[in-house]
Design a protein around this ligand. Structure first.
Ligand SMILES: *Cc1c(COP(=O)(O)O)cnc(C)c1O
Length: 451
């Protein structure tokens, strides 16, 4: 499937971004030339996925599409219990309703924003135990999504076991730059979890990309297929939440899978309340069919080579221009270090957001802020939380853009880079929601905007 894209003028974009309250989530898609906001639900489906759509079974209960998907999940991940949900955060909502209580702690590697949101919404705390190398964009560590075992052990040692419902590993770690977790780290986290009697959960949106990095970077996995690596990864987990919009290569969907019958039994009730009956959970039968095919396709080497190769292609161009990005390049996106890019914008004025707006004004390209807006306020003090890094994320939709589009992105960002010293001020907040504010925030510029 192809669609035309519209190349706008700078004055059109100035008007549109003003009308959008300087929040790129408020733009209409026609106002965007190349859309790197997210790789979520934006992939192009294959011929086989479209064919599967045609044979979807829309029965309310016991649909054959459900069983096809359930069997695929069992084959790829090894879990017996499976619940579809309408997307990843819904899987979090349902499973965390079972597992997370007020006052709990959930240690993990840089939790994804909705994951953290669902933890904090329940008055529990997410504790980031990612290795420190992850917060140094220039350091070339092969697995920057890894957990620091000393830090994790300290959390486990200093809190009662019944306050820690599970440890969560995000594969790949989105918030730290699409960075993978090694099999060794997974194994070590599992050993520690077992020692303390705490379950291990995988936030699995990019499980296949994680496996690809293991196959390329970890000794002993060179000759294994991606599917073999995925199966081993999940042999260490008690359960998973999945956003199917990523490595499921479908436009909508998610699921929970686990080996624990008691988790499943309790989750069923919440699924019926929030999502739908247990054999569809908010998904159409045809979409479950497309997902079953997508999960298989996403875990094929040839696909991953081209997919991740594209991300590396963009990353290499940008760093060639002297633009500092998270290294090594991640699986689904390039994370531009906004503090390095815009050294004159004060942190109170949302550095990464300022960069995203500049790139949009330059060429109609939409990235997303992974910085102070997304880090949100401290739930207690209500002060801004300043994250260790301010990123502009350029996420690549799967099977959508060509490298020529990426050449345009790189050239546009270089233009902004060349005039970076003229950008000395950012934005202030006009309106914000109490939680997950970055999706709806309204901003206004501070000071004169140079063109
Ligand atoms: C996207 C994502 C989620 C949430 O999934 P949605 O389908 O967007 O609700 C959770 N965790 C990670 C790591 C993600 O990338």
């Amino acid at each position: 499937m192809v669609e035309p894209i519209y190349r706008s003028t700078r004055s059109e974009r100035e008007q549109w971004i003003r009308e959008a309250g300087y929040n790129l989530f408020n733009l209409r898609s026609e106002q965007v030339y190349i859309d790197l906001l997210t790789d979520s639900g934006t992939g192009a489906m294959s011929d086989n996925q479209w064919a599967a759509i045609m044979t979807g079974d829309e029965s309310y209960a016991g649909s054959s599409s459900f069983f096809r998907l359930k069997e695929t999940v069992k084959k790829l991940f090894g879990f017996d219990y499976f619940l579809p949900t309408h997307q990843g955060r819904a899987a979090e909502n349902v499973l965390f309703s079972v597992l997370v209580k007020e006052g709990d702690l959930v240690p993990g590697n840089s939790h994804f924003d909705t994951t953290k949101g669902h933890i904090e919404f329940r008055r529990a705390t997410a504790i980031d135990c990612t290795i420190s190398e992850s917060f140094e964009p220039g350091i070339l560590h092969p697995f920057k999504g890894n957990i620091d075992l000393v830090q994790l052990k300290k959390v486990l040692d200093t809190h009662p076991k019944d306050r820690i419902p599970f440890i969560i590993l995000t594969l790949t770690c989105n918030s730290s730059g699409g960075q993978p977790v090694s099999m060794q780290n997974i194994r070590e986290v599992k050993a520690l979890a077992e020692q303390y009697g705490i379950p291990l959960l995988f936030d699995s949106a990019r499980f296949a990309e994680n496996a690809w990095f293991i196959s390329r970077r970890e000794a002993g996995y060179e000759a294994k297929t991606i599917k073999e690596i995925v199966f081993e990864m999940y042999s260490y987990a008690d359960g998973m939440t999945m956003s199917s919009k990523k490595d499921g290569i479908v436009n909508i969907g998610g699921f929970i899978a686990t080996k624990h019958k008691d988790w499943y039994d309790q989750a069923c009730t919440y699924n019926i309340m929030f999502e739908g009956f247990v054999t569809y959970g908010g998904m159409a039968g045809r979409d479950m069919n497309a997902l079953a095919v997508g999960l298989e396709e996403a875990s094929e080497t040839a696909y991953l080579e081209s997919r991740i190769g594209q991300v590396q292609y963009l990353g290499a161009q940008l760093s060639g221009y002297g633009i500092e990005v998270q290294q090594p390049f991640g699986g689904h996106a390039i994370f531009v270090n906004a503090r390095h890019f815009l050294p004159h914008v004060p942190k109170e004025e949302f550095i990464a957001q300022t960069l995203c707006i500049e790139l949009y004004l330059e060429a109609g390209i939409r990235g997303v802020e992974v910085g102070t807006l997304m880090a949100d306020r401290d739930p207690e003090s209500r002060e801004n939380r300043y994250p260790k890094l301010e990123f502009m994320r350029l996420a690549l939709p799967r099977r959508v853009y060509t490298n020529l589009h990426l050449d345009v992105v790189a050239a546009a960002l270089k233009n902004v880079f060349d005039r970076r010293n003229t950008i000395t001020s950012g934005y202030r907040i006009l309106e914000e929601a109490p939680i997950l504010r970055h999706f709806t925030v309204k901003l206004e510029p501070i000071g004169e905007r140079p063109v």
